[in-house]
Design a protein around this ligand. Structure first.
Ligand code: GDP
Length: 432
């Protein structure tokens, strides 16, 4: 679905507006200086159309870094969203920071909407008009707090958003979307270059611009793949402060935009927190996963042994993901990536028919029933796979199933049905 990015300096009311767009009554999120939020992408629905709202305002810079940080927000928005909403505080007017951001946004190839917030009553309309000076067209007055004007704003947003998100070949049937992610210096750019052959991709979706979204279409193993936000790999957005936050935001956005992620790890160094965090982002987003251990040319017998231990200790959670030891430098095993991506996506798309699932489950539960709790034996009445992408199962039971038993079920499910490379979700509904 198409994506709207909301940008603006701190305290203009971005979070309130995002909540308003999402139809949430109370302000769930607050702009807290220096605090990063967990989620950046939310699903919104207006007039029967779904779109994603990307909230870029989770991190608030100190005074010095303000301009650079908001400009980075804008760049991020331009490379990931289908339309951009710049929020300005009408009671303050256009500040130099607003002007700097507007200047960046005027270069955008995507539609940019200007929203004048905090217009709680008519008397502020003159101030709203002065915002024409930002050169982004007509400022739309809203009061995010009271809801005034938000319907008109949402209509304008829907108008600006394309029916289908930016895609070279349209939504369905187009190339499958891959995020190549990992902490800095693990070799993402090097691997991308290796995959695309000599410093350039087969096709770049947008040529000749530096700030526009650039996904790369890459031909691997006879199939075209869409590597999302590769612009972020080639050209790093450096901000005075907050660079790390933006890198992480960008990683999240890329994962959200993709169907499958290759998490690249530097095999020559110990696994780090940051590596694990990227893996978690993929699993939590419910995307398929391939783990690639890069710089294998530097890995000797000793390191290999250490790494195996680290993987056993830290990555049990994603035992189901395929692991490939590659070298972007020598090209080692790079050809194995495409088959692994394919396997992961097949799992991600897989659906187990309800009849088959229940037959299997009955046998399993008969052999190994859930542990008794509070003197009662929980019974599993029925199971169904409610969703694919990722496969999501719902179990209807007469009692609570312990985490241990749920893990057992997942393990058995995987043994029988595969799901290599894809997270699997199991939710339990207790019927009284
Ligand atoms: P990125 O930040 O993840 O995009 O990482 P880069 O692609 O910029 O690579 C970081 C450094 O690692 C560069 O000096 C690369 O030359 C080096 N590098 C990348 N892949 C390999 C590899 O497979 N083997 C070795 N030895 N070095 C690599």
């Amino acid at each position: 679905q198409p994506t709207l990015a909301v940008v603006g300096r701190p305290n203009v009311g971005k979070s309130t507006l995002v909540n308003r767009i999402l139809g949430r009554r109370e302000a769930v999120v607050q702009d807290v200086p220096g605090v990063t939020r967990d989620r950046v992408a939310y699903d919104a629905l207006w007039n029967g159309r779904r779109f994603t709202v990307l909230d870029t305002g989770g991190w608030e810079p100190d005074a010095q870094g303000l301009q650079a940080a908001v400009a980075a927000q804008a760049e991020l928005a331009m490379s990931t969203a289908d339309a951009i909403l710049l929020v300005v505080d009408a009671t303050v007017g256009a500040t130099t920071t607003d002007e700097a951001v507007a200047k960046v946004l005027r270069r955008s190839k995507r539609p940019v909407l200007l929203c004048a917030n905090k217009v709680d009553d008519e008397r502020l309309m003159a101030d709203v008009a002065s915002l024409w000076s930002l050169g982004l067209g007509e400022p739309m007055p809203v009061s995010a707090l009271h809801g005034r004007g938000s319907g008109d704003l949402l209509d304008a947003v829907l108008n600006a958003l394309p029916e289908t998100p930016k895609e070279v070949f349209g939504g369905t049937g187009g190339p499958r979307r891959v995020a190549l992610v990992g902490k800095p210096n693990v070799g993402k750019s090097s691997l991308l270059n290796r995959l695309t052959g000599e410093e350039r991709s087969v096709v770049d979706s947008v040529a000749g611009t530096t700030v526009d979204p650039v996904d790369s279409l890459v031909e691997l193993d006879g199939e075209t793949w869409r590597f999302v936000d590769t612009a972020g790999l080639r050209k790093r957005v450096h901000t005075a402060s907050g660079a790390e936050y933006y890198a992480s935001l960008r990683t999240k956005a890329a994962i959200e935009a993709a169907e499958v992620a290759i998490v690249l790890v530097d095999a020559s160094e110990p696994l780090s927190e940051q590596d694990l965090r990227v893996v978690s982002m993929v699993v939590d987003a419910g995307r398929a996963l391939v783990l690639a251990y890069n710089k294998w040319d530097l890995v000797d017998e000793d390191r290999r042994y250490q790494l195996a231990k680290e993987i056993d200790r830290e990555l049990v959670r994603v035992r189901w993901a395929e692991r490939i030891n590659v070298s972007a430098r020598t090209g080692r095993a790079v050809a194995k990536l495409a088959p692994a991506l394919r396997t992961a996506l097949t799992s991600w798309d897989q659906r187990v028919p309800t009849g088959q699932l229940n037959a299997w489950l009955n046998d399993l539960v008969a052999a190994t029933p859930p542990p008794v709790r509070g003197g009662k034996q929980p019974k599993i009445l029925f199971a169904t796979q409610a969703q694919t992408r990722p496969p999501t199962f719902v179990l209807f039971t007469t009692g609570f199933l312990e985490a241990g038993y749920r893990r057992f079920l997942e393990r058995k499910l995987r043994e029988t049905f595969g799901f290599t490379g894809s997270p699997v979700r199991i939710s339990v509904r207790v019927r009284e």
